[in-house]
Design a protein around this ligand. Structure first.
Ligand code: GDP
Ligand code: FE
Ligand code: FE
Ligand code: FE
Length: 187
């Protein structure tokens, strides 16, 4: 599917602010893909669709997890954790996107995971550093993303975990596995 058709598909599913964020993720992901030799079309598609399920009813998302046999660890979590896996599910079954690399980039864009592909890293990082993001500490992350993809992913997952711990929020198991993958040289 072409960019314009995908943008038309997601636009009514989110508030304007989220749509603007999505455009920022798309532009950032394409730049990172060019820089690091990753398929820019795949980056574009994953970026446009990554947050399309963000505003869905949580109970409806849980029903999909149960009925479609997705990871049952998702069930106690809210929309913040569910929207990536549900976006991947809808992209596959409603938009006919069969490319597992694209679907995984959407699926793991919030939590990360151990053994991330470069496309997955690009979507995770672009989501965090796109131009509309304003949190303290974003500037160094943008700088590292210019220099080294692996180091940028390490800095991003470190920042996320630190944020969650500081806010006394629970941490999804895949986020911990991601952190260990980047931070633990040898376990
Ligand atoms: P967004 O959808 O563009 O806002 O960004 P993300 O999908 O990356 O993150 C959505 C929300 O989930 C953010 O508020 C993150 O802080 C939060 N989040 C990410 N990982 C975890 C986690 O392991 N546990 C919890 N409780 N929240 C998380
Ligand atoms: Fe998201
Ligand atoms: Fe993110
Ligand atoms: Fe996002």
């Amino acid at each position: 599917m072409e960019r314009e058709a995908l943008l038309e598909y997601i636009r009514p599913r989110m508030p304007e602010k989220r749509y603007i964020h999505t455009i920022g993720v798309m532009e950032t992901a394409i730049l990172l893909a060019e820089k690091y030799g990753v398929d820019t079309k795949k980056a574009e598609i994953a970026a446009i669709l990554h947050d399309m399920a963000k505003y869905e009813e949580v109970e409806g998302m849980r029903a999909i997890v149960r009925e479609q046999g997705l990871d049952t660890r998702l069930l106690p979590w809210g929309s913040e954790i569910l929207h990536g896996p549900i976006a991947a599910y809808r992209a596959e079954f409603e938009l006919g996107i069969k490319d597992e690399a694209i679907l995984n980039a959407m699926r793991y864009h919030t939590t990360g995971r151990a053994g991330m592909s470069r496309l997955e890293q690009i979507i995770y990082i672009a989501d965090m550093i796109e131009p509309n993001r304003k949190f303290p500490g974003v500037e160094p992350l943008r700088q590292i993303a210019e220099e080294d993809l692996q180091k940028a992913m390490k800095a991003c997952i470190h920042h996320s975990i630190l944020f969650l711990v500081t806010a006394e929020l629970p941490i999804y198991p895949l986020s911990i596995e991601c952190y260990n993958d980047y931070l633990g040289e040898e376990l």
